[in-house]
Design a protein around this ligand. Structure first.
Ligand code: PLP
Length: 447
């Protein structure tokens, strides 16, 4: 690979920076470095590139920045926290804000998902949830339950547990056999449901794949079923009507834990705090990250049912560590401060309700693109939607081109394969939606 350099122009004195050393994640590095998309500032609904051009943020960064960019309350809280207490070991020591934030999250979670384990990312939340499931079954004398069920097209992060659950081939194919014992249900993207807004009518019976695994492998071997309520990273697959309820019923019948991976869906994306509440189905364990700190600090969390937590704790001897798991930065003071400030903003500004109210306008705006020849499908729920384009030049090539052209036309969003994911910050006004749709229309017409 040759040398790449870039002249950063956001200074009085432009400066050359080498692009060689930083190996970018989930990026075609050679392509990026030949045409860098550099972002230097953000505020509210907007980014600015190094040429001083403004871009509207149509993906909340990466589904994180639900309260909009540059929130002073969060920045000040982190600043104050780092000066007051920058770090304390999270093992055998603690600081008050980790307890306060856990309490605030528990107020938002459904049912008795009131025990909160802190991690640093969505990927760590998923692997932690897998360990919780295994430890729970061991604690209740069912240690044979160590298989997991997931779905085709699922994305559960990039650690080995999450990769094993993953249903996206590119995330698996170079990394060997990984964690064994994962069975994948079929995904729910059905031709009959193309262009449906919200939950589609067809497909609830796909939940019965779980029942088939029970018949094939034996329920006594299955620990948990992992589901993204809306499969996000694969391109916004909204669950068919009744699908999640059916999965819940099968889990209940067979003692299988239901884990909702709410890393994208959480914190207002679906109009409620969590998609579990939007769809009226309560899981046993729930993962979250991204919107927890408005993207301002890395943090994830796992919300665990009191019943599961208590079973694991009660199985350990008095004085013993109950769960041999945790990270140096679990519940770090800075992201805890950011999380508390973020949850204050969500509550004080009613942002979950605001997203719910804006959703019909947002979805209708996107559906106005339906007749463009490039558009193959539209899917959406709440403030999360996908525009899938007909492939051209190989799978994903047109989606990638779309993403680059949108950036050059003043709109940032995330594409995945040939789908563009649209998920504006929940502070968006109708006028912001209008300008997103306008840029999307012109760019989709031109590719
Ligand atoms: N789970 C889901 C459903 C996700 O969408 C993501 C990331 O998009 C992850 C897990 C992984 O999160 P992270 O990138 O913070 O590790």
């Amino acid at each position: 690979m040759g040398h790449a350099e870039f002249t950063l122009r956001d200074q009085l004195q432009p400066r050359r920076i080498s692009l060689d050393e930083y190996w970018m994640p989930f990026t075609p590095n050679r392509d990026f470095k030949s045409d860098p998309k550099m972002v230097v500032r953000a505020e509210g609904m907007y980014y600015w590139n190094d040429r001083g051009e403004k871009l509207i943020d149509a993906s909340s960064g990466l589904f994180c920045v639900n309260a909009g960019h540059g929130r002073k309350e969060i920045a000040d809280a982190v600043h104050r926290q780092l000066l007051e207490l920058d770090f304390i070991a999270p093992f055998l020591r603690a600081h008050p804000k980790s307890f306060e934030l856990a309490g605030r999250i528990a107020e938002l979670t459904p049912g008795d998902l009131n025990r909160i384990f802190f991690v640093n990312s969505g990927s760590e939340a998923v692997d932690t949830a897998m360990k919780v499931a295994l430890a729970y079954h061991q604690a209740r004398g069912q240690g044979g339950r160590n298989m997991f069920v997931s779905r085709e097209r699922a994305y559960h992060g990039v650690n080995f547990g999450g990769v094993a659950l993953s249903g996206i081939v590119n995330n698996r194919r170079k990394f060997g056999p990984g964690v064994p014992g994962v069975a994948h249900m079929r995904h729910t993207h059905l031709k009959e449901n193309y262009f449906t807004q919200g939950e589609a009518a067809q497909g609830a019976e796909l939940a019965d794949d779980l029942q088939r695994f029970v018949t094939l492998y034996g329920a006594e071997n299955i620990a948990a079923c992992f589901i993204e309520p809306i499969a996000g990273s694969t391109g916004c697959l909204v669950p068919p009507k009744g699908y999640l309820k059916r999965v819940r019923e099968i889990c209940d019948q067979h003692g299988i834990l239901l884990v909702f991976d709410e890393v994208i869906c959480g914190f207002g994306r679906t109009g409620k705090a969590f998609a579990a509440q939007s769809f009226g189905v309560t899981p046993d364990v729930m993962t979250m990250a991204k919107g927890l700190t408005n993207g301002a600090q890395p943090m994830g969390a796992v919300a665990i049912s009191e019943r599961i937590h208590d079973t694991i704790v009660a199985a350990a001897q008095d004085g013993a560590i109950e769960f041999f798991h945790g990270y140096t930065y679990s519940g770090h003071p800075a992201p805890c401060a950011a999380g508390l400030a973020t949850l204050d903003i969500y509550r004080n500004e009613g942002l979950f309700e605001r997203g719910a109210a804006l959703s019909p306008y947002f979805l209708d705006g996107l559906w106005s693109l339906k007749d463009l020849p490039a558009v193959a499908d539209l899917r959406g729920y709440g403030m999360l939607a996908a525009i899938e384009v007909h492939p051209a030049g190989g799978p994903g090539a047109r989606g990638h081109l779309l993403q680059k052209k949108l950036f050059d036309s003043g709109l940032h969003l995330k594409t995945t394969g040939d789908s563009a994911l649209v998920a504006p910050p929940l502070i968006a006004e109708k006028a912001h939606i209008d300008s997103m749709v306008d840029i999307l229309r012109k760019t989709l017409a031109a590719i």
